[in-house]
Design a protein around this ligand. Sequence first.
Ligand code: S3P
Length: 166
Amino acid sequence: MKNIVLIGFMGTGKTSVGRRLAQRLGRDFVDTDAEIEAVTGKTITQIFARDGVVRFRSEENLLVKKLAVRENLVISTGGGLVLNPNNVRLLKENGVLIALTASPEVLYARLANKKTRPLVLKGDLKQRIAQLLAEREGAYDVADFFVDTGVSSVDGVVEQILRYLS
Ligand code: S3P
């Protein structure tokens, strides 16, 4: 069975939804950020601070190559992973891509006071979200199916995905 790959901006709920979806389907769950932390022995914050964003992206690219040849996984991706078209191509070869979305207001509420996302730590959070959303315009349109997580509970989102897949 093809992998189910959750994509979307930071704070759209990919990890929570992915974990629950994997439970419901009895599949293994992989969160790319957690996997990169396990492989490198560093937190995402440390990787960004010590090695920089380019190094982080190359860890993502390496991981995608490994995951794309596996099957039956539910994979939650970091919000920037699909900015690389090659990652999209590899994940699509053996996977269904589901984009989780949320309004800027919902993203702001979810990301406020979180210290684990280096890309939105500096400056005004609202402006930073707006800037990144603009920079990434269309990046998540590569998905096969879209769910707005701002209007449903985690279980509600999982139900919509299950209905789509059935
Ligand atoms: C990033 C999103 C983060 C993490 C890193 C970069 C991004 O993952 O990979 O901080 O570029 O959007 P989440 O989307 O799980 O927060």
